[in-house]
Design a protein around this ligand. Structure first.
Ligand SMILES: [Zn+2]
Length: 451
């Protein structure tokens, strides 16, 4: 995220991804599973048969009419045409008439410790909302996210809330609260005096708490990476550029600093996410070896080609630009795009043309949690087909977080993270606004009334 002077928020990305952290979710205390009804099979694992109108399995981009999915315990046991799936006696049947069943959606750029800036400006969230209050908000945001069909978030920085994300992740994993699987980045790493709140706009002698962990030079970078990973960061997030000096956004770290950061994170098995909105910031991050680049609004054709060559994935965060336009530029939904929104869409098109791996990452938190579907709609406006956008949110995102054999597709032995929407989202992406069924790790969190 980011903040403009006193008004915009900062973006922080650090992420380490640990399958174990995610997989632990299903093994927890299961307090939130109390409302789920599943039938015990002979060996004890509950078995559920899901009967939608069609299944988007994220294997081939198609919605398969007449397919069903069998879930056993926390994993998918079978998927295919109804007549070809053997259903054990005693299986619970859930009818999802008229609906399409999809893999659980994922958003790889969120901030559960933020809420929309037209409610509270970013500076005020960081400076005036106590950590306990922000944590309560984060808990509610997790619930809203899961109920909207997003079963995994990569949360790219707490924006001044320290290591609070590690505790929220733990509470979800242990079943204390409902929420998506969480990959967390903790504090995020920013260059000294290059991130808010301030220093510009405040008395120069004020020592303000920061939205990220400030560092300069390779020694401090190594220390910060070690601290964050030691405290539980699944990803390391770095701000490769930001507003600084006189010319707006500029690179804030040298290539050497970024290489050091990446080497230290990778040495610990943690991938790196870089906030970058300038072509030079994106270039430095790419050659330094980061794993994902966020935003990329000012990316050129050349820099997206470089990302494709280096295998750096892109999370476009198109909805954030719409939200900023609404909050600060008088934009209303349906208006012609503002210059900033046009630039973001142009970057998205460059990335598609360059063959960059594009996942779904929206910067939700800048706008309301639980409305992540807006990013799918923007990706379609940017030229993707609905199926391509759905694949980005599922199979492609699973690959980006290095869990391509556990999540993101509907196939046997994958984790049973499944959602259903009315109609066919491969025909009209707006169907994802209305998620009626949510299962995470085989546990039903939302079901259609009457089923
Ligand atoms: Zn962000």
């Amino acid at each position: 995220m980011r903040h403009d002077g006193i008004r915009r928020a900062g973006r922080i990305t650090v992420f380490v991804l640990a399958s174990a952290a995610l997989l632990g979710a299903a093994a927890g205390r299961q307090r939130i599973a109390a409302g789920a009804r599943t039938a015990p099979a002979r060996n004890g694992a509950p078995v559920t048969l899901l009967r939608p109108a069609r299944v988007f399995d994220a294997e081939d981009g198609r919605a398969h009419e007449g397919w069903v999915v069998l879930v056993k315990g926390e994993r998918i046991a079978a998927v295919g045409p109804a007549l070809q799936v053997a259903v054990p006696a005693g299986a619970e049947r859930i009818d999802l008439a008229g609906m399409t069943l999809l893999p659980g959606l994922m958003d790889l750029h969120s901030h559960i410790f933020l809420h929309p800036y037209n409610e509270t400006l970013w500076n005020d969230q960081v400076l005036k909302e106590p950590l306990a209050y922000r944590t309560i908000e984060a808990v509610l945001h997790c619930r809203d996210t899961l109920m909207a069909g997003f079963t995994l978030l990569r949360d790219l920085g707490t924006e001044g809330a320290g290591y609070g994300d590690v505790s929220v992740q733990r509470a979800v994993r242990e079943g204390l609260i409902p929420g998506p699987r969480l990959l967390v980045a903790t504090r995020a790493i920013v260059a000294t005096a290059c991130y808010g709140p301030g220093p510009a706009g405040f008395a120069p002698d004020l020592e303000l708490p920061k939205g990220g962990q400030e560092v300069s030079g390779t020694t401090e970078i190594i220390k910060a990476v070690r601290e964050q990973i030691g405290h539980g960061a699944d990803w390391v997030k770095v701000y490769a550029d930001y507003r600084h000096g006189v010319g707006g956004n500029v690179p804030t770290f040298s290539e050497e600093e970024l290489r050091t950061l990446v080497a230290e994170a990778h040495s610990a098995g943690r991938p790196v996410s870089a906030h970058a909105t300038t072509a030079e910031g994106m270039r430095r991050a790419t050659v330094a070896g980061v794993d994902t680049i966020e935003h990329g609004y000012g990316g050129t054709e050349d820099v997206f080609l470089l990302m494709a060559q280096h295998g750096v994935a892109y999370l476009p965060t198109l909805t954030a630009e719409e939200a900023y336009a609404e909050y600060f530029d008088g934009y209303k939904p349906g208006d012609p795009p503002t210059p900033a929104m046009k630039q973001a869409l142009q970057a998205f098109k460059f990335a598609v043309a360059a063959g960059v791996t594009i996942g779904l990452g929206s910067d939700v938190g800048v706008y309301a949690h639980g409305t992540n579907y807006r990013e799918l709609e923007w990706m379609v406006r940017g030229g993707m087909t609905p199926s391509q956008a759905l694949l980005a949110a599922t199979a492609v995102n699973a690959k980006i977080i290095r869990m391509p054999d556990e999540l993101g597709r509907i196939r046997p032995d994958f984790l049973a993270d499944l959602v259903a929407v009315p109609g066919d989202p491969t025909v009209d992406i707006r169907a994802v606004r209305d998620v009626r069924f949510v299962m995470k790790g085989g546990v039903v969190h939302k079901r259609p009334s009457g089923s």
